[in-house]
Design a protein around this ligand. Structure first.
Ligand SMILES: [Zn+2]
Length: 79
């Protein structure tokens, strides 16, 4: 798995969703990639901030998509 693939599955991963083999691959990538650990930590921080300010239990689907788009376009092209 590379960084782009990880970022694409990150939202499912953090929700505890996705196929078991995908989750294993994501975990393996995380273990070996400091950049993606950082990305995930920042995403978590962002979601917990939203949760504490609007009390939303669930992140709106559209927002996740938007974030994913932003991250894959900026991080995916970074070498
Ligand atoms: Zn990575």
């Amino acid at each position: 798995m590379n960084c782009q693939e990880f970022l694409e599955s990150m939202f499912e991963f953090r929700r505890g969703e996705g196929k078991p083999e995908e989750r294993t691959r994501s975990q393996a990538h995380l273990a070996s990639c400091a950049r993606c650990r950082q990305e995930l930590a920042e995403t978590e921080a962002c979601f917990s901030m939203m949760k504490s300010c609007c009390g939303a239990e669930k992140t709106p689907e559209g927002l996740e998509l938007k974030l994913k788009e932003l991250m894959t376009s900026c991080c995916g092209s970074r070498k």
